[in-house]
Design a protein around this ligand. Sequence first.
Ligand SMILES: NC(=O)c1ccc[n+]([C@@H]2O[C@H](COP(=O)([O-])OP(=O)(O)OC[C@H]3O[C@@H](n4cnc5c(N)ncnc54)[C@H](O)[C@@H]3O)[C@@H](O)[C@H]2O)c1
Length: 729
Amino acid sequence: MDQINFDQTHEKERKMSIQESIRIVPKDGIALIEFDLVGEKVNKFSTPVMVRFKEVLEEVARGGFQAAVIVSRKPSIFIAGADIDEIRVMKKAEDFKGAISKAHEIFGFIESMKIPVIAAVNGACMGGGCEMILACDYRLASDDPSTKIGLPEVKLGIIPGFGGCVRLPRVIGYQAALDIIVKGGAVDSRKAERLGLVDGVYHPSLLEARALDFAREVASKGKRRKAYKPKGAMMAAMELFPARKFVIGKWKSGTLEQTSGHYPAPLKAIDVVDQTYGMSDQARALQIELEAFCEVAVTDVSKNLINVFFLMESVKKKTGVTSDVKAKPVKAIGVLGAGTMGGGIAYVAADRGIDVRLKDINYGAVALGLRHAREIWDKLVKRKKIDRYDLNRKMAKVTGGLDFAGFGQLDVVVEAIVEDMNIKKKVIGETAGHCKPDCIIATNTSSLSVTEMAKGHPRPENFVGMHFFNPVHKMPLVEVIRGEKSSDEAVATIFELSKKMGKLPVVVKDGPGFLVNRILVPYLIEAAWLLQDGMSIETVDRRYKNEFGMPMGPFTLMDEIGIDVCIKVSKIFHDSLGDRIMIPPVMKKLAENKERLGKKSRKGFYLYDERGKSQGVDQSVYTELGLGSPSDRLSADETIRRGVFPMINEAALALIEEHVVETPDEVDLGMITGTGFPPFRGGLLRYADSVGAKLICDELEVLAGKYGERFKPCTPLKNLAKTDRKFYA
Ligand SMILES: NC(=O)c1ccc[n+]([C@@H]2O[C@H](COP(=O)([O-])OP(=O)(O)OC[C@H]3O[C@@H](n4cnc5c(N)ncnc54)[C@H](O)[C@@H]3O)[C@@H](O)[C@H]2O)c1
């Protein structure tokens, strides 16, 4: 009985809070509709919210108002979109059809209301939020940096399904609409105004008042269905049928080339725009969009991309520790070493409002580090992402020098100097002497032991690893490495700092290559074995990129990293991981040529022009390495399995036996964000589960028989195979 009462009370409270989540506030004849989901950080369209929204709209329609204005009461969110939790649990096309038809009905109701409806957008207005404002008669926006309007659906393997593919092209033209829909993009309010997506842009503090005045101004004019008007003769010509077919065809071929056909959603969205643009029967157009949505929503690709989305979201809620120890606030950091990594770290921190003191041992390096940061901000100014004022403000956050001036005030110091244990230990000890006792020092080492390095620190509990990936401003992953003596406070602080810097941190145990490089290196070395065995560089790269979906092939990646670095790291890994890392003779031979270092020397497996653009494979590499003409005799399947299955083997050891991380999620997050492992496959271990441990083990045994012990499946993987279990239980 108690339980029933509890459930009833709970249900009553839930209804009350939905009720209060969307309110009507009458304002001298105008209905101000406020979105403020109770108990949620963001406004989103779940089924109960949609039902409530419909009730509110009907009440407004009956209420004798002259116009309605829709606003959000969340500080930097207008409406974030549909509720992805709901999408995640839907499995069948029928489930999607029900939810989408409801949205069509409600947004159609907005269009059919007799009074004008104005959306006043402050904050993120994405997906379903954007589709809702497209059904409004007018849209105003604030110029707050948080205001972004977009349709990111394709990033989840779906297409805009609440009318976005139909209505957006009608408001801003099919070309600009495709640019947003196919890329899953968003525009700021200024661009939205230029595109005709919003009718005015105002300071956030003026937006609501302006929207109410605007509502009064347009109330007498009644409804407005604004149709897109091309600007100029050229744009008008592009609207004509043959030109439109040509442009849409280009979008299709370009998208197909870019995605190698692995992502069906953007292609499906182009089809919908193609079929529905200019269609007078909007209901029919929306039906076409709905059918297309259902086709892509039930695919494994969409399920995997939605899982990846949740994987990334889950980091926001984590602290990096299991205890309730809190991160210390970080306002100012020091960066030791102003080279490739130090310069990048300083840029990212300053960009996020953290004061940075950059220290090197020569002025040239400091100047280069500062210039590097400035160049990235300059590019953002050119692309109108930030203005000059922002640039100056951000630049003022970074200062540099050769001494420890100011180090006494820092909360954290990130070390990014040469990769040498003795030098690092010495510099860390010296730095600790200039800092507050509780200042945390974090090393960006990519291969050295954090536990060993901590011996250089007088208080090793205040020492951890903070492993960024290159280029720092582009790569989202940070491995937070817990040394044996690192305190929870140090780990939590570096975890939180990484998030503050816009990164996705994963806590990993100290050990050779930590998590991501340890899994990646066997794959890179296997590419060299494939070369040794008669495969061509182009074929191997093409198969991994186009057929498997890696962002680039392994030879291109080795050129990016530097062949010398790859060889050095492989040797370190061979020493610590043993025969799983066998260096092929071609790699040893490669080490002899000090000019073939990869992109940085304009010559690696590929040749590069002075701007770093690839000029194709350097065919002389085969003779230099004593190889004959490549035969490409191996099948695509074998080529790919030889590289990918050893990664799975290494991941099984790292996760199940050595607990480098605790969950398969962390492996997948690390591999996607640190190496670009294809998100549509859900991550390395989701992919492994889709293939099955038994098949992987059997194939590794076959490969071990053919090519050697490096392929031998490890015990944890064999155990999974034997008991028919998966990484994700
Ligand atoms: N480059 C990468 O791809 C990458 C990726 C992840 C991690 N890392 C790690 O980051 C660290 C730095 O690598 P990098 O590629 O930026 O090297 P880099 O050679 O570009 O820069 C190192 C900088 O450190 C400076 N330096 C040397 N001794 C110093 C000292 N005592 N005090 C202050 N500055 C000093 C040098 O003058 C140089 O400017 C290394 O530990 C490396 O393993 C590198």
